[in-house]
Design a protein around this ligand. Structure first.
Ligand SMILES: O=C(O)CCC(=O)C(=O)O
Length: 331
C-alpha cells in the first residue's frame, strides 16, 4: 500500500463538515464510520439474534399495512406485544441490544456517535434506547414523525395548549404553534447502516431542514412535505436531530435492510427502554463507566438519586439501596 492510500485508509471522518451539514439540514451522513470487519461482526450478531428471536416466537414486527391503520386508531391502547407477524407486522425490531452482545454494545460508546451527540445535546445525556430495525419486503413507508414528539411545544400566552400528559406520538399539527419559537434538540439518533441503505431498499426518509419547523408532523402517508432517502454504504452512520421529520422507507427488494438505532436524549427525559428493569445484570459487571452513565446508573443534578447509587462498588454488589432500618433499643 502506498503511503498515500494508507493515509486514506486511516483518515478520520471529517466531523467538522458533518456538524455543519447537521446544523443546516438536521441530519448528516458519515461514511466509513465502521470498518468492513466491524460491519461484518455486527451484521452476524444482529442477524443471528433476530433469526433466533423470530424462531422462538418473540419477534416484534411492525409496519405491516393493516397493523399501521390499527396503531394510528388506538395509540394509547396499542401494546408492544401486539407487534408480530400474526397481527400483520413485517419489519423486525430487536430491542435492548445492550444485552445482546459486546460487539453491539460497543456502538453505544463509539467516539463518532458520542462526539456528534455531544455537539447536538451537550455534555450530559442518556441512552434512550438501542434497537435494530430490519426493514423487509412488504413493509409500508412509515409516517413522518419526530423522535422527540414528546417535547412540550410552546404556545401563545393566554391560549389553549396541549397538556403534557395528553401528548401523542402521531398528533394533528398544532394550529396555534408560534412560528418564531423553537424548542432545542432534546434527543438525537445515530443510525448505523449495517447493510447499504438505498432508496430501493427502504433507506430512512428525511425532510431536510424540518428540525427547525415549529410543529410536529401528523404521520400521514403519503408524506405531506418532500423527503429524501438517507443513502449510504454499509458502515456509514446517519446522525439526526430528534426534531427531524423522518420515517423508515419502503423496502422493495428481497434483501433485508438493517439499521441499528442508538438513540440518546437529554439527562432530564424518560428513556424509551427501561434499563433498570430490562438490563442483563451481567452488563453491570462488564460495562464501562461511560456505558453505565449513559444507561442512567448515575445522577444528574441529583435526578436519578437512590441511596448509594453513585457508588459503583455498591451498585456492582447489587445493593444500591439502604434497607429498612431501626435503632435497637439499648438493653
Ligand atoms: O429505521 C429507520 O429507517 C428509521 C426508524 C424510525 O424512524 C423509528 O423507529 O421510529
Amino acid at each position: 500500500m502506498s503511503p498515500m492510500s494508507m493515509a486514506a485508509a486511516v483518515a478520520p471522518p471529517d466531523l467538522a463538515q458533518a456538524k455543519a451539514d447537521y446544523e443546516r439540514d438536521g441530519f448528516c451522513i458519515i461514511p466509513d464510520a465502521l470498518s468492513p470487519s466491524e460491519v461484518a461482526a455486527v451484521r452476524q450478531r444482529i442477524t443471528e439474534q433476530a433469526e433466533t428471536e423470530k424462531a422462538l416466537g418473540w419477534a416484534r414486527e411492525d409496519s405491516g399495512p393493516t397493523q399501521v391503520a390499527r396503531l394510528l386508531k388506538d395509540q394509547a391502547g396499542f401494546q408492544q406485544e401486539d407487534l408480530s407477524e400474526v397481527t400483520g407486522g413485517v419489519n423486525q425490531r430487536v430491542n435492548l441490544l445492550v444485552n445482546k452482545g459486546k460487539v453491539l454494545r460497543d456502538l453505544v460508546t463509539h467516539p463518532i456517535g458520542l462526539e456528534m451527540m455531544e455537539h447536538m445535546l451537550g455534555t450530559y445525556m442518556l441512552l434512550s434506547s438501542f434497537s435494530a430495525n430490519i426493514a423487509k419486503f412488504g413493509g409500508v413507508e412509515q409516517g413522518l414523525h419526530r423522535d422527540n414528539w414528546w417535547c412540550p411545544i410552546p404556545y401563545p400566552r393566554g391560549e389553549a395548549h396541549l397538556k403534557v400528559g395528553d401528548s401523542k406520538r402521531y398528533a394533528l399539527e398544532a394550529e396555534n404553534t408560534p412560528e418564531d419559537v423553537l424548542v432545542p434538540a432534546c434527543a438525537g439518533n445515530v443510525l448505523w447502516m449495517i447493510t447499504d441503505f438505498t432508496e430501493e431498499n427502504g433507506a430512512t426518509r428525511v425532510a431536510p431542514g424540518s428540525h427547525l419547523l415549529p410543529h410536529n408532523p401528523d404521520g400521514s402517508v403519503p408524506h405531506k412535505i418532500p423527503t429524501v432517502p438517507a443513502v449510504g454504504k454499509a458502515g456509514s452512520c446517519l446522525i439526526f436531530d430528534g426534531r427531524l421529520w423522518h420515517g423508515t422507507g419502503r423496502n422493495l427488494t428481497r434483501e433485508p435492510r438493517i439499521g441499528l438505532l442508538t438513540y440518546y436524549c437529554g439527562p432530564q427525559f424518560r428513556q424509551l427502554e427501561n434499563f433498570f428493569l430490562g438490563l442483563d445484570p451481567a452488563v453491570l459487571d462488564e460495562g464501562s463507566e461511560r456505558l453505565l452513565d449513559l444507561l442512567g446508573y448515575t445522577t444528574w443534578m441529583n435526578y436519578g438519586v437512590t441511596d448509594h447509587l453513585s457508588s459503583r462498588k455498591r451498585l456492582r454488589a447489587r445493593e444500591p439501596w439502604i434497607p429498612e432500618l431501626r435503632m435497637t433499643p439499648k438493653a
